[in-house]
Ligand binder design. Structure first.
Ligand code: CTP
Length: 407
């Protein structure tokens, strides 16, 4: 264990918010660990949290009276949420229930813990705790993404046995992990893309032919999802416009699901309007059927077979490129031959700041796999990277974006 003096938490003011979850018992250990690291801890609880852990326990461990109400019912003394927010170096809400997360995302202020959140100027960290279905519910995920987009750090829950008897993801992170997350928070450098908003397109589009058939491609979405993840880790707000994939949404990323190239265009254009840039990673169909049959097309015995008439879709990247102004635009080029020349053409034609080129001739590059081998191409030249994981490629792309924005 770190001694008080060397701990990044020594002397820090941690406001510990406790909400009404069975995991509230872990807040006692959390408080003890924080004190051992030399932090000052002030506890604020919701009324329901008192049913799970007593104010006496928390007051004894934190060595301060705990706060629940807006004022002391005995003597009328006002518990100022504004001064609590000012006092804190970090507001840690652990456990954070689905209910409290929803209220935070909506700006509801019906208890002291929430009014303090609304007035806090310090960084805020939450450790969600709930049943697996509540955690997986789209509303909870949407609320978490909303909070993350506004700078709230999330200490992800773990998987295991839950109070309901079910097994799954939703258990509050262990107190030791939360303390580690806080330490990292106080030691790490400011994230390079904090305050920036990026759009990422990912995955394959689907162009319907009739109610049962469609045109698509082999894209798994892995590269785009890794980029969205790395952008979020670098502090950016991320809108991921995604074709159909089986991948889980990266933590803190806002995901908009689309099917066709036209839907992807509309969603990307809307998100790009208020963004600082976009990474165009989707494998977009270049053609879509002229007409979509409303009922299943039946086969015939005609000799000449069947002809499907296709029309061009919008080139989403080119459309955003034409309107990009000061914004940053990164594109991909997946080629099988004349790679360099094709990438350079796309750089100019779509007004990209740089192109991430991958050649299907390289082993380990391209669709579905977990690795990629890419070359960055911009107006100054090219930089070939070795074969690496898609996550590492994503990290390199995000580093390049951050360095371009820093100029
Ligand atoms: N792109 C897009 N919208 C399209 C087609 C492509 O946004 N309708 C984007 C891709 O996401 C990628 C870049 O444009 O970032 C290049 O895609 P690619 O498929 O390599 O090139 P195309 O422009 O479709 O050209 P071609 O198929 O002729 O190689």
């Amino acid at each position: 264990m770190a001694s008080e003096k060397s701990s990044p938490l020594a002397g820090r003011h941690i406001l510990l918010g406790i909400t009404g979850s069975i995991a509230a018992y872990k807040a006692a250990m959390l408080c003890r660990l924080l004190k051992r690291e030399g932090a000052e801890v002030q506890v604020v609880m919701t009324a329901l949290a008192k049913q799970f852990i007593t104010p006496l326990t928390m007051a004894t461990l934190s060595r301060r009276p705990i706060l629940v109400e807006f004022f002391d019912p005995e003597n009328g003394a006002w518990n100022s949420h504004v001064s609590l927010g000012e006092w804190a170096d970090c507001y840690l809400i652990a456990p954070a229930t689905a209910n409290t997360l929803a209220k935070m995302a909506q700006g509801v202020a019906d208890n002291l813990l929430l009014t303090t959140y609304l007035s806090a100027r310090c960084p805020v960290m939450v450790a969600p705790a709930m049943d697996l279905d509540m955690y997986a519910h789209y509303t909870t995920q949407r609320n978490l993404a909303e909070l993350a987009a506004h700078g709230v750090s999330i200490v992800e829950p773990g998987s295991g046995e839950l109070a309901s008897g079910l097994e799954g993801k939703g258990r509050m992170a262990e107190p030791e992990e939360i303390v580690e997350a806080l330490k990292t928070h106080f030691t790490e450098k400011k994230k390079p893309l904090t305050g920036r908003h990026f759009v990422v397109t990912a995955g394959a589009t689907i162009e319907p032919i009739d109610p049962v058939r469609y045109i698509t491609n082999h894209s798994s979405g892995k590269m785009g999802y890794a980029i969205a993840d790395e952008l979020a880790r670098a502090g950016a707000r991320v809108t991921l416009v995604s074709g159909r994939t089986a991948l889980a949404t990266p933590v803190g990323v806002e995901r908009v699901d689309v099917l066709t190239a036209e839907e992807m265009y509309q969603a990307a254009k809307q998100a790009f309007a208020e963004a600082d840039g976009a990474v165009m990673c989707a494998a977009v169909a270049d053609y879509t059927p002229m007409e979509v049959a409303t009922s299943k097309i039946k086969k015939t015995d005609e000799e000449e077979g069947m002809t499907l008439r296709l029309k061009r879709t919008k080139d989403i990247a080119a459309e955003l490129g034409a309107a990009k102004g000061e914004r940053l635009l990164v594109g991909f080029a997946l080629e099988t031959d004349n790679e360099q020349a094709h990438a350079e053409q796309k750089l100019v034609k779509k007004n990209f700041d740089f192109v991430v080129l991958n050649s299907l001739r390289d082993a380990g590059a391209g669709f579905r796999g977990d690795t990629n081998k890419v070359t960055f191409v911009d107006c100054k030249g090219q930089e070939a990277l070795p074969l690496m994981s898609k996550q590492e490629v994503a990290r390199r792309i995000v580093e390049k974006i951050a360095s371009l924005l820093a100029k």
